[in-house]
Design a binder for this molecule. Structure first.
Ligand SMILES: Cc1cc2nc3c(=O)[nH]c(=O)nc-3n(C[C@H](O)[C@H](O)[C@H](O)COP(=O)(O)OP(=O)(O)OC[C@H]3O[C@@H](n4cnc5c(N)ncnc54)[C@H](O)[C@@H]3O)c2cc1C
Length: 694
């Protein structure tokens, strides 16, 4: 029966003001108002329907995406939405499209790397979508190793042009989103060659298709790279392949960066290269921006999966009926809580660390404007690490015992060691979680590549590790570690301190948690540095110790997330019971990591086995405090049923009638006797295979 709230009882158990928590989750009353208004606008517009997506063939699916993206743009103009509202609208439409790369990569690349003149020329066109852009860096042969890219941009002083060329098959651009069928332009990365000399990889604005009839320009071969994992999911995106055959572009289409008034890199009319002393890490500014959005996306994806699994766990009942009464809600089983509540806590932890990263981006930008580059390497390492940590925890595999990169086809065999939130939520929903109508299969398929794009997660952690090794090596030199590595300035203490937890409740003290995490991270980094120093050749040592280095980087990044959650709780948080319930989640997040990575904490001597079991005891009791608040905690995400896209996660909990109803909508149920019965099944049943036309 529609209109009945089957989860009303659960909602009435909440011990905090859910409306206030909605504002904390959104970031501010203003952010909440915008998000709430736009999500309802999208949900109420049938043009944004998405429930049929997994059933559509590729062409139909793609055309539908084009319609939605263009319609979304029309609504943005009609309603005169500002940038914040427009990006929220695209977010709630919830369908990967060429516009993601246009707004998320093409525009920021020109903003971050273009000169004033370049920005004046290209940005107005891009802002009006008179041109559509993509970000073409990765090639068939190279992705992570950007310096290995093979596409060339050779300067021709006679015509004042660059000649863009793909000299080999492996130099074909491969993967860029929006490239395959839609983009008219691309920021293309290529090796700059002047006067026979190779100056490394730089960005160039290249027109790819005619603005009149959309056909590829002369010398350009371009197309889609083919179907990807899952139904619907990322197949709405035209990831593309692109080859250049001596394509000429004017010299002023090379992105020649300026920072403030300072020129970073330029090719002059006579083909000379001018370079300033400003560090090349300046591109890190754009990377910090892009990666902070990825961390924010991770908190959205995990919270969405957790919202579905939590609501369904309160609806679903199995066993435990006494005297004919109701069976037990599966959310009351301790194993369910032990799997679900840490993920719920992670959603909040990632939200707050994402919020902090936004601040970091502003800080880095202001410093750059003042020619202060001192915090750039640390900011870069920390965003790279947090991108890796949050996307892996949401989608893929970083185990406590070992670290694996995640191949989509190998996940079943690595099953037992995975801690992948969306997949765990699918399992928490039992069999029904495997249905597309649960929303989880598509969410999983659409989310997993976040572990790969914008930097493979393992490659990123290795960069963090390199930064940590440098920080450790400078400890004795008087150079103080800054930002998120500041704790290493107390290495002497952290290398020998003893955890003073004696009772389970002692683990509720933020100082106890912080010191244990800081000591673990410091000891793991210092141990790696010591082992590295045993190698004559540092690079050889780095390769040999990669697995340990990645674990040290993970320990450092987990400390950042825990410490930012604790910092958040030190702020003024209004609302009855809100701070308390967030405090519980913060402890769940930290103690669950401590529990899962107990090996690290014990082997580095940061805590004793007894203290480890006290942490587990405390964690159990925290679950009891989460339980009455669980539904309200996911309601605070304020997701519409449209955005969730899940029968199991419906706000009203009316799951079974809707599951039943949805089943009948499947195209297989259009007829009671299936297409194919007369050709194949009837001859089989009637023993007439000899005469059947198979
Ligand atoms: C859905 C999707 C969208 C994308 N969109 C874009 C886009 O818009 N534009 C664009 O330019 N690109 C895009 N990409 C490409 C993406 O950025 C690259 O795939 C990514 O950077 C990883 O590079 P790779 O494919 O070369 O992986 P590889 O580096 O080949 O990784 C293969 C394996 O090798 C390991 N490995 C690599 N190097 C090391 C090392 N030094 N030490 C230890 N292990 C290592 C990795 O961990 C991984 O397990 C997209 C990719 C996907 C999946």
């Amino acid at each position: 029966m529609d209109g009945v709230d089957y989860l009303a009882d659960e909602r009435s158990k909440a011990q905090f003001d859910v409306d206030e928590l909605k504002i904390v989750w959104a970031g501010s009353p203003h952010a909440f108002e915008v998000s709430d208004r736009i999500s309802r606008l999208v949900a109420s517009d049938p043009a944004f329907r998405k429930d049929n997506r997994p059933m559509l063939g590729r062409k139909e699916l793609f055309k539908n995406t084009l319609r939605k993206a263009t319609y979304a743009w029309k609504r943005i103009i009609e309603l005169r939405l500002n940038e914040e509202e427009a990006s929220k609208l695209r977010f709630y439409v919830d369908e990967p499209a060429f516009t993601d790369l246009h707004w998320g990569m093409f525009v920021p690349a020109i903003k971050g790397q273009g000169t004033d003149e370049q920005q004046q020329k290209w940005l107005p066109l891009a802002y009006k979508m008179q041109i559509i852009g993509c970000y073409a860096q990765t090639e068939l042969g190279h992705g992570s190793n950007v310096q290995g890219l093979e596409t060339t941009a050779t300067f021709d002083p006679q015509t004042d042009e660059f000649i863009i060329h793909s000299p080999t098959l492996t130099s074909s651009k491969w993967w860029p989103g929006g490239l395959g069928k839609i983009s008219t332009h691309g920021v293309v990365y290529a090796r700059l060659i002047t006067d026979g000399q190779d100056h490394g990889v730089h960005g160039f604005i290249v027109q790819l298709r005619s603005l009149d009839d959309h056909s590829p320009l002369p010398g350009i071969t371009v197309g889609d790279i083919g179907m990807k994992f899952g139904n619907g999911a990322y197949n709405t995106m035209d990831n593309g392949v692109l080859r250049f055959d001596h394509v000429r572009i004017p010299r002023d289409q090379m992105l020649m960066r300026f920072v403030g008034k300072e020129l970073v890199f330029q090719v002059t009319r006579d083909g000379k290269v001018k370079q300033s002393n400003v560090p090349r890490q300046l591109v890190y500014g754009t990377m910090v921006f892009v990666r902070q959005t990825i961390v924010a996306d991770a908190s959205c994806a995990i919270s969405r999966a957790v919202c579905i699994a939590t609501r369904y766990s309160a609806v679903r009942r199995q066993f435990g009926s006494q005297n004919g009464g109701a069976e037990t809600q599966v959310i009351d089983y301790k194993t369910q809580q032990n799997r679900l509540f840490p993920l719920l806590a992670s959603a909040y932890a990632f939200r707050f660390v994402g919020e902090w990263l936004k601040w970091l981006y502003t800080d880095v930008t202001q410093r750059l404007q003042a020619n202060d580059f001192s915090t750039l390497p640390e900011a870069h390492a920390c965003t790279a690490g947090l991108k890796s940590l949050t996307t892996s925890a949401t989608a893929a595999a970083l185990s406590s015992a070992a670290t694996f990169s995640f191949g989509i086809f190998s996940y079943t065999c690595l099953h037992h060691i995975l801690k992948d939130a969306i997949e765990e939520c699918r399992k928490l929903c039992g069999g029904h979680g495997y249905l597309c109508t649960s929303g989880l299969p598509e969410l999983f398929a659409v989310y997993v590549p976040a572990c790969t794009y914008e930097g493979d997660n393992i490659v990123l952690l290795l960069q963090v590790a390199r930064f940590l090794m440098k920080t450790v090596s400078q400890l004795g030199s008087g150079k103080k570690p800054v930002g998120t590595t500041a704790y290493m300035g107390r290495a002497e203490h952290l290398l020998q301190c003893q955890c003073d937890v004696q009772r389970a409740e002692d683990w509720l003290k933020p100082s106890a948690i912080l010191e244990a995490f800081e000591a673990r991270a410091t000891r793991m980094s210092v141990a790696c540095a010591r082992n590295l120093s045993k190698f004559k050749n540092q690079e050889e040592g780095f390769l040999e110790l990669q697995a340990d280095l990645v674990e040290a980087a993970v320990a450092h990044c987990q400390l950042i997330v825990v410490s930012k959650f604790i910092e958040k709780l030190q702020q003024d948080i209004p609302g009855n019971g809100v701070k308390q319930v967030l405090g519980v989640l913060c402890n769940v997040y930290a103690l669950n990591i401590l529990h899962k990575h107990l090996g690290d904490f014990l082997s580095t001597g940061c805590i004793t086995p007894k203290q480890g079991s006290l942490a587990s005891e405390q964690l159990r009791s925290l679950y009891s405090q989460v339980r009455p608040n669980a539904i309200a905690l996911v309601d605070a995400f304020n997701y519409t049923d449209h955005y969730l896209g899940s029968v199991l996660g419906r706000y009203d909990g009316n799951v079974y009638p809707k599951l039943y109803e949805e089943a009948w909508k499947d195209p297989l149920n259009d007829t009671v006797v299936p297409d194919g019965y007369h050709e194949y099944i009837r001859p089989l049943l009637k023993q007439q295979l000899r005469t059947a036309r198979l």
